[in-house]
Write a protein that binds this ligand. Sequence first.
Ligand SMILES: NC(=O)c1ccc[n+]([C@@H]2O[C@H](COP(=O)([O-])OP(=O)(O)OC[C@H]3O[C@@H](n4cnc5c(N)ncnc54)[C@H](OP(=O)(O)O)[C@@H]3O)[C@@H](O)[C@H]2O)c1
Length: 262
Amino acid sequence: MADHFSFHGVKVTAVGRRQERLDEFCAQHGNEKASGIAFDIEKLDEIPAFVEKCVNGTLLMRTARLTLSSTFKTHPDIDCVFLNAATQARFDFSKPETVDLGALQSQITINFNSQVALVHAMLPHLLSRSSPTGLIFTGSPISLIPVFPMPAYGASKAALESFVLSLREQLRDTNVTVQQISPGPVQTELHDAHAGKEAGRKFGMPMEDFVKESWVGLVDREEDIYPGCVGGSTKEQFLKLVKLRDEASGRMSTLLRSMWTK
Ligand SMILES: NC(=O)c1ccc[n+]([C@@H]2O[C@H](COP(=O)([O-])OP(=O)(O)OC[C@H]3O[C@@H](n4cnc5c(N)ncnc54)[C@H](OP(=O)(O)O)[C@@H]3O)[C@@H](O)[C@H]2O)c1
């Protein structure tokens, strides 16, 4: 997806833990269009300083070929943050002795708490700009339809989606738009940990299809984009569920606004 953004002329600063991946990305797209910052979003305490330094360009950290400070002095106008990172693993509570609670909590931190902390740290910058800005999240249909072998992943995506919907409502009269892409399975590294590399990378829709469908939705300014299909239900059945939820959520928001403005 970052490649696709870059091919369409969007300047991308990619963040992840693996420096070699970031270097590869920068080498492919060139330093004018791409930069990378190695950061582990699980380090919640470091997020405010990380974002502050990114936005104000004062962090002197070596990236692939230039320092981060020069990245942000060259491209000081970050106007969109795409929150995409997540991890996925199985946990079996019918055999509690096998459940690694630390690993489970770490997954919830990466998939949910870190995203909230990043939003909190980025919003002052996005809100202060006079032009439109955006937050894009990668959600999952699993937020609405639990997949029982992965209880922490589903719970973290449910929490994230609830947060995203509230955030969108809170920001609706501002310059910040909130979009969410919730795909069915996509052929990525996500399934490696529980399905193995070979089977995991063949599971789901090809990356190109996911990118194409998501890109169209983003460009069309759709608030919620649902590429691919949902296991066990037809797309139509799934979208019916989404529609009922959104209608109920709309009624709740109207009610709350009428109560709070009285
Ligand atoms: N693939 C699917 O079937 C599917 C379906 C629905 C939704 N999604 C969602 O799509 C998003 C992307 O997942 P993916 O499928 O592309 O999986 P992926 O191939 O495993 O990619 C996950 C990305 O997150 C980064 N990341 C993970 N933990 C991080 C951390 N602590 N700090 C910084 N970066 C971190 C990884 O980079 P590093 O490892 O270098 O840090 C990697 O770039 C996730 O939100 C996932 O829930 C995926």
